[in-house]
Design a protein around this ligand. Structure first.
Ligand code: ADP
Length: 752
């Protein structure tokens, strides 16, 4: 007789070290399951809760995961559980899952927890046999639960696991580290002190390397690549000394927890301090960042990563074949990826083994090309002086400029471009004030130290504006290109930069001076540039928005209130959608989706229903140009009038705070990577008879170069945005997560 197939029932738990963004993942799993009408249980306190059973395994409803998105740590508790490492413990856990009819499990944790999940999954069938033998379940039940599905999501600040480019929590940890280093840099500079900063990462130098790249650190020690000289201490001191001689007032050394030398001896921060004090005779302090790195509100990236992966985990569980093996659901670029859990666990362990065996070349190779390139770039940028030029070297003159609205990270990109260009023996010129400066000849040579300190500065030191030159101004630009002998031009900017680059390139026949390579690097908070999934500045802007919205939401605890928050973006809804998902907005209005009167009526109905059922707070995020008639004041007035005193409605137009502030770690890292590739491109092209021009970007997470001629074909010119916008597919996730729930009018409309 065939046994009846049980309905899917999902269990979700967080385990091991907590990490910011785990809450978003739990919320993502629970709400996606509920939206699909699937029962979902929260297993509290990790594997321990699974073994304890009872009220540690509770059925979740929509509100069980309300209000946790912006919280650090994990609201459902986590634990290290020795019992789960025993066979008996896992057998009890299996029985408790079956008791709750759970046949799908999502484990959110680090490599230890996922190794545990892998062991559990591998012995699942034998656990069922044992439970039958012990008389705890019947044969029929055992058969019903033979098909048990597992998914792992990597929640870890270390970013040390295979199967995903980013683990949930790593970006937030970078925020904490970079904030701390920025703060330390200012005090260190005041006293001319050196600081040794220890960051987490036992077998993985990701946090150390990326925070070094994102700050003005002078030296970094990571487990995968110990200094390759015998007397590395002397070399490190020489680099710091040269920095001082060149005018740097700080000396910051970042040490990963698991740093070691070539012989495998661990390098501790205190040892580095002793070396600096002894050899350089400078006052040196040690800061061990410790648990600060794990704490605090999750960054926008981690909230969205958790949400997207939680959603994808449920989709995978519900759509994959019954006999599919357990997978890690991860991310590469903006694409969700699936890797067998066993492979992920094995590969992750391999790096630790390779490091232990002191095969550092292999360790770096296993980390992948991006990591290695970042390490190379870091080693060049931190130098106090450029490398001496090659004997047959032909120096060129490259100009760097900004264009478009200001975007945090523009300075970081300028700094990297200038240093990398000079390091290759070229002269680097800075154009002030965007194209106005190029027209008026505001152009000066930049040297190695003139970009010192720019890595962390918001705004645009060179100045920027939205000017697009026309008519006779092109002639002035051509003259200045000749007068300053500019051999190549790098434009780090937004729409005005791209449009003008394309204009100059297509006017080559009329102006021979324009026959130089031009390279655009995407920098705009709006993220509205073709060829790149992300532009420099947009991550900072989204983080600025979520910080403001978190505060706005907190201000309303005592009343029934709805906020209509207006964010920038011009005609591009990226900021609205991304920050809306990261703040748990009920409704997000974008120009792409459009706003109709009917939408407003439906949404009003949902608000009334929500507040009637005890809702205290509602959030609507709106792009500034979502609809030119139904403006923010209009929507606010409409909802307020129709609320009939059930709730009140306030508008918050966030304005320029979105463009300000120091760039986020991600924007700094991205700016440095783009500038590195940009300089390489200009150097490649400058010696060609007919040099090409291009814009670069991230395509499926990889640095990609697009010929400038493609610009007009890739854009919606009227609305100044790319024709293809990858993030639009996240609208459906936003709509699933929105707090109106599946039974709201919009939810019902979606389901029908
Ligand atoms: P993280 O998941 O953050 O790496 P740990 O390494 O402490 O944290 O692992 C968390 C929990 O996962 C452990 O306390 C244990 O319950 C479980 N676990 C880890 N390794 C195994 C294993 N080899 N077999 C079974 N369970 C394990």
């Amino acid at each position: 007789m065939m046994t009846k197939k049980p309905k899917p029932v999902i269990g979700v738990l967080t385990s091991g070290g907590d990490s910011p963004g785990m809450n978003a993942a739990v919320r993502g799993v629970v709400r996606t399951a509920l939206e699909r009408d699937i029962d979902v249980y929260i297993i509290y306190e990790g594997y321990q809760g699974m073994i304890d059973g009872g009220d540690r395994i509770l059925k979740a409803d929509w509100d069980s995961v309300g209000g946790i998105l912006q919280k650090g740590g994990t609201s459902i508790g986590t634990a290290r559980c020795a019992d789960f490492k025993t066979h008996e413990g896992r057998r009890i856990a299996a029985r408790n899952l079956i008791e709750h009819r759970i046949n799908h499990l999502v484990v959110i944790g680090g490599d230890g927890s996922l190794t545990g999940a892998n062991v559990f999954q591998k012995e699942w069938l034998s656990l069922l046999v044992e439970l039958v033998d012990l008389g705890e379940i019947t044969n029929d039940v055992a058969q019903m639960y033979a098909e048990f599905k597992f998914v792992g999501l990597v929640g870890s600040i270390d970013n040390d696991m295979f199967g995903t480019d980013m683990t949930i929590g790593a970006d937030t940890a970078l925020h904490r580290i970079v904030e701390a280093i920025d703060a330390i840099t200012s005090t260190a500079a005041s006293h001319q002190r050196a600081f040794v900063i220890e960051v987490m990462g036992r077998h993985c130098g990701y946090l150390a390397l990326m925070s070094a790249l994102a700050t003005g650190a002078a030296w970094v020690l990571i487990p995968e690549s110990p200094p390759n000289v015998d007397d590395w201490e002397a070399k490190m001191c020489e680099v710091l000394k040269m920095g001082r001689d060149a005018g740097r007032r700080t000396g910051i050394v970042i040490v990963a927890e698991g740093a070691q030398d070539r012989e495998g001896r661990s390098i501790h921060a205190n040892y580095v301090k002793e070396v600096l004090e002894k050899q350089l005779k400078i006052d040196t302090r040690v800061t061990i960042l410790g648990h600060v790195q794990r704490g605090g509100a999750p960054s926008a990236f981690d909230r969205n990563l958790g949400t997207v992966l939680g959603y994808a985990a449920v989709e995978h569980l519900l759509t994959s074949e019954a006999d599919t093996e357990a997978v890690i659901v991860g991310i590469q670029g903006n694409q969700v990826t699936y890797m067998p859990l066993t492979d992920s666990v094995q590969e992750t362990k391999r790096v630790a083994k390779v490091i232990k065996a002191r095969d550092y070349e292999k360790a770096l190779e296993l980390r992948g090309g991006g990591f290695q390139a970042a390490f190379r770039t870091f080693r060049t940028i931190i130098r106090s002086f450029p490398h001496p030029p090659q004997p047959d070297h032909k120096p060129k003159r490259f100009a760097v400029m900004n264009a478009g609205g200001p975007a945090p990270g523009m300075n970081t990109a300028v700094r990297a471009a200038v240093r990398l260009g000079i390091d290759k023996g070229h002269t680097m010129l800075g154009v002030q004030n965007g194209f106005t400066g190029l027209i008026e000849g505001e152009i000066e040579e930049l040297n190695w130290m003139s970009v010192h300190g720019m890595v962390a500065q918001g705004g645009a030191e060179l100045g920027t504006n939205r000017k697009v030159p026309q008519g006779g101004e092109l002639y002035a630009i051509a003259r200045n290109i000749e007068r300053f002998n500019i051999d190549g031009l790098m434009i780090i900017g937004g729409w005005a930069g791209y449009e003008t680059a394309h204009l100059l390139h297509s006017e080559q026949e009329n102006y021979p001076a324009f026959n130089i390579p031009i390279l655009c690097i995407p920098a705009s908070i709006n993220n509205n540039l073709p060829g790149s999934e992300l532009s420099i500045g947009s991550d900072t802007a989204v983080n600025n928005i979520i910080e403001a919205v978190d505060k706005i939401k907190q201000s309303a605890v005592a009343s029934r209130r709805c906020f209509v928050v207006e964010v920038m973006g011009r005609h591009c809804g990226y900021l609205a959608l991304t920050s809306g998902i990261a703040t748990g907005a009920e409704r997000i209005y974008t120009h792409e989706e459009g706003v109709t009167l009917r939408d407003l009526q439906t949404d009003l109905g949902d608000l009334l229903e929500g507040f009637n059922h005890g809702k205290r707070l509602a959030l609507i995020v709106r792009n500034e140009r979502a609809n030119s008639f139904y403006t923010t004041p209009f929507m606010t007035a409409l909802f307020d009038e129709e609320s009939h005193d059930l709730f009140d409605v306030r508008q918050a137009i966030l304005g320029h705070l979105q463009q300000g502030g120091n760039p986020s770690p991600f924007d700094r890292i991205q700016a440095t990577k783009f500038a590195t590739r940009g300089i390489e491109y200009l150097i490649e092209q400058v010696n060609q008879i007919s040099p090409h021009s291009a814009f670069i970007g991230l395509h499926h997470g990889k640095l990609t170069v697009f010929e400038l001629e493609r610009f007009p074909y890739m854009i919606d010119r009227k609305h100044q945005r790319p024709k293809e916008q990858w993030w639009l597919e996240r609208e459906k996730i936003a709509s699933v997560m929105s707090q109106s729930g599946p039974h709201s009018r919009r939810g019902k409309k979606r389901q029908s």
